[in-house]
Design a protein around this ligand. Structure first.
Ligand code: PFF
Length: 456
């Protein structure tokens, strides 16, 4: 049973949790939000949301997972049997599963771009002797080709599903933990190298100034809500991931310390991404284009790379970085359903992994094809991909987070939070009081505002 499984080392459990937190949220959502919402003013708000609300809610999920020692549904059943709270767990599993369906497609694009960078296909005309300027304007068509043709993106999505299956079959320690131990250092090395390159570009200073110069006039209630949504998404809250991972934490893991390390590393990655992207786009005059998620990564940045010496090298490194970020996130989110299958339905690891992952061949295909032959199929005016994205991030994730806060704040067994934060009295924890106050009174109200604003 997965409740007996534990991560092998402290470093390993941090690498796995950080790996889950660092994903496309840091790489492409953060720069886009920062550009639209007042540069450093948004950064400050985001930091505030992570520290004041993200960490307490993360601690609520950690305490729930380690205290309940089961999957995202099982923790509620074990801690409060006979009550309906397990439904919150079902919502968490549902959210996580719907997210993998479309996230796997984006992971597939990342792999496709990595291939095209290494092979040079992305920059082909450079190699037939044309100047870099000639490539300008060609990337939207390339993206269209890579993303909207039916077969190619499907093939790469399937490869990513296969890689995820291989890692998950390895189990928590040998699969997920070992993978994270190797990939997290790789991610940081690439990030730092690219930061140096970007900061040494001619107009880097202006880009940094733009990123770090706060424009408080842009801050509206909507922007505050965006910062909060961004903080929660980038910390992997409300998806059942942290509940599941913390059920694998040994009894002596210091939860407060772990939550602070994970949050600060996730913040650091977002800031480093800003230091890579803003100087680069400024230096090549691309800063007036909106740094919107997918276009930023698949159009704007390739244009930047094309102007640099060794475009294939920088492009390959960047898409490898993105692939690492995506892979350590997809395995974490798939583990939520795998753990549930093992614990609820007493399946073997192998059976659980295959039961969870094989249907993705169909579901992720539908998401992938929604850029190609299914692009006309609209539900509530949205393609399948956009529908899943909107339904999960705008509705399910906030609902799960509110439920976790209310449960841990008011209904969980008495002393659960204190016991978990203090490792059953082994540590002196000053944080229980403030954390309890925030998850009781502040966080649910603030998260409810996200729901209301999204509705409006
Ligand atoms: N923190 C992750 C990110 O920023 O991308 C959230 C996440 C999304 C985790 C999707 C896992 C996942 F499959």
């Amino acid at each position: 049973m997965s409740s007996k499984t534990e991560f092998g080392t402290k470093l390993g459990l941090i690498a796995a949790t950080v790996g889950s937190a660092i994903g496309l949220g840091n790489v492409w959502r953060f720069p886009a939000e920062t550009q639209m919402n007042g540069g450093a003013a948004f950064l400050l708000l985001y930091i505030l949301c992570v520290l004041a609300l993200g960490i307490p809610v993360m601690l609520a999920e950690f305490s729930l997972g380690r205290g309940g020692r089961s999957d995202a549904v099982g923790v509620f059943r074990r801690l409060s049997p006979g009550k309906g709270w397990w439904i919150a767990g079902v919502f968490a599993v549902l959210a996580s599963y719907l997210i993998i369906c479309y996230y796997m497609v984006v992971a597939g694009w990342t792999l496709e771009y990595l291939f095209e960078s290494i092979g040079g296909g992305l920059y082909d005309s450079l190699y037939s002797g044309e100047p870099a300027e000639a490539l300008r304007g060609t990337f939207p068509a390339k993206m269209d080709d890579y993303v909207s043709s039916d077969l190619r993106p499907l093939m790469f999505t399937f490869i990513m599903i296969g890689v995820n299956i291989a890692v998950l079959l390895g189990g928590v320690k040998k699969g997920i933990e070992n993978l994270s131990n190797v990939l997290m250092p790789v991610l940081f090395v690439i990030l730092i190298a690219m930061c140096f390159v970007s900061l040494s570009l001619p107009d880097a200073g202006e880009g940094v100034a733009y990123f770090l110069d706060p424009d408080f006039s842009k801050i509206t209630p909507r922007v505050v809500i965006n910062a909060l949504g961004q903080a929660f998404f980038s910390l992997s809250l409300g998806m059942g991931i942290l509940i599941t991972y913390s059920s694998y934490y040994p009894a002596d893991t210091r939860l407060v310390r772990t939550s602070v390390i994970v949050s600060l590393l996730s913040l650091l990655v977002a800031v480093l991404m800003g230091l890579i992207i803003f100087p680069a786009v400024k230096s090549f005059g691309l800063d007036r284009e909106p740094l919107e998620g997918a276009t930023l990564v698949f159009v704007t940045l390739p244009e930047v790379f094309a102007q640099l010496p060794w475009p294939r090298l920088w492009s390959s490194l960047f898409f490898l970085l993105l692939l690492v970020a995506a892979l350590t996130s997809t395995v974490s989110i798939a583990e939520v359903s795998v753990a549930m299958m093992q614990d609820r339905f007493k399946m073997s690891r192998r059976r659980a992994v295959l039961t969870v992952m094989l249907p993705l061949l169909v579901f992720s295909s539908a998401c992938s094809l929604s850029f190609g032959s299914l692009s006309d199929m609209k539900i509530f005016g949205l393609t399948i991909f956009d529908l899943l994205d909107t339904f999960t991030t705008d509705i399910l994730l906030p609902v799960v987070s509110i439920a976790v806060c209310i449960y841990m704040g008011w209904f969980a067994p008495k002393g659960l939070l204190t016991d978990e934060l203090s490792n059953h009295g082994a540590l002196h924890s000053r944080w229980t009081g403030p954390v309890l106050f925030i998850i009781r009174y502040i966080a649910p109200v603030m998260i409810a505002l996200i729901l209301i604003f999204n509705y409006i």
